[in-house]
Design a protein around this ligand. Structure first.
Ligand code: 1CP
Length: 336
């Protein structure tokens, strides 16, 4: 059986479109919460293959989705670089910030620390339904750098931007470290059995125009190039969140096969280069709301994208209070 997601990432239009959702595994699912409740440490949870494989498969089995996304986190890279990363209950991620060359000198990427992720991929592939493709992923260098420098999540990334300007040697070296470790990590995921890879640039929205090439396009292009040097046919999806309007230029500059589009951009109006897929972009708030409003918008999107290489997804992740039944209704509406 040809997997629809992989067909679309080759540039084909498929009707109805394949569908998966960012953050499709996670706290909105009771079966996720049940497993998570038994694991006090989130990093350990991600690095326990039987648990991570089960959580990866949960939404695919429940909703018959066209893709599984590896259950892991973008902050496993700082962890494997030796930076201290922890998840404070109810507060999101915390890291011991790295802001100078001495901090960078202390970082060394350990592939062995992420070996459990490769084991998770093998287990998921063995149990994956026929229609579903397994997507591996990593954070893009800029997005991961914001966490490494700020020491937490946030939206303005003032320290990161200031350092990029005032200490370009530091910033560019951090980008180099992230390009190398992220490339090695994604290549290992492909070796283990990932069938497509997504690069999450979740904080593309905070990047000033003057930094766009240096912090986003060039580091991402280098990661894509390194992956394709080892796996020439591996499809790669980039997700420059809140910069959806730049999707065409982003695709040309980075070499990705598909671009994820947030809900602020009109996906139906984008003029993409031939053969480049788009993915998105239903508002997660509409999924939370459910009902006829959600179904009507989903059908409008599917209709408007007919004839184009399109993967149905949200514009960002599933929100935690979302009733799981809304996902089932959404999938049914897309396929009806
Ligand atoms: O306790 C918990 O259960 C923690 C919640 C959680 C989950 C379910 C975190 C902490 N990470 C994850 C899994 C995860 N993270 C996945 C796999 C699940 C899936 O998609 O089905 C993926 C792809 C990610 C990627 C990720 N982590 C991103 C990029 C995507 C996005 O949402 O923009 C980012 C920014 C992170 C950092 C992170 N990890 C966790 C949280 C709460 C956050 C965001 C914190 C912030 O707002 O800064």
């Amino acid at each position: 059986m040809v997997k629809k997601l992989l067909q679309v990432l080759k540039g084909e239009a498929v009707s109805p479109p394949p569908v998966w959702l960012m953050r499709q595994a996670g706290r909105y699912l009771p079966e996720y919460r049940a497993l998570r409740a038994k694991a006090p440490d989130f990093i350990r949870f991600c690095l326990t293959p039987d648990v991570a494989a089960e959580v990866t498969l949960q939404p695919v089995l429940r909703f018959d989705l066209d893709a599984a996304i590896l259950f892991a986190d973008i902050l496993l890279i700082p962890h494997a670089l030796g930076q201290k990363v922890w998840f404070a209950e109810g507060e999101g991620p915390r890291l011991e910030p790295v802001r100078d060359m001495a901090g960078l000198d202390a970082l060394t990427y350990s592939a062995a620390m992420l070996a459990p992720v490769m084991e998770t991929i093998k287990r998921v592939r063995a149990d994956l339904p026929e229609r579903a493709a397994l997507i591996g992923f990593a954070g893009a260098p800029w997005t991961v750098a914001t966490y490494m420098i700020e020491g937490m999540g946030g939206t303005d990334h003032g320290t990161t931007k200031a350092l990029a300007e005032k200490d370009p040697a530091f910033f560019d070296r951090l980008m180099d470290i992230l390009v190398e470790s992220t490339s090695a990590y994604l290549i290992a995921q492909a070796n283990a059995g990932a069938e497509a890879l997504q690069i999450f640039e979740s904080w593309a929205g905070s990047v000033p125009d003057a930094l766009w090439g240096r912090a986003v396009l060039e580091p991402t292009r280098r990661v894509v190039e390194a992956v394709k040097a080892k796996h020439p046919n591996m499809p790669v999806i980039g997700f420059p969140r809140l910069k959806g309007a730049l999707a065409s230029d982003y695709a040309k500059a980075t070499g990705v096969n598909g671009v994820g589009i947030d809900q602020m951009t009109d996906i139906t109006a984008l003029q993409m280069p031939r053969g480049i897929a788009v993915q998105g972009n239903l508002s997660p708030e509409l999924l939370l709301e459910g009902g006829e409003t959600m179904r009507a918008e989903a059908k409008r999107l599917v209709k408007a994208m007919t004839g184009k290489p399109f993967i149905f997804n949200l514009g960002h992740g599933v929100m935690q209070p979302t009733p799981p039944e809304h996902v089932a209704e959404l999938v049914a509406a897309i396929r009806s």
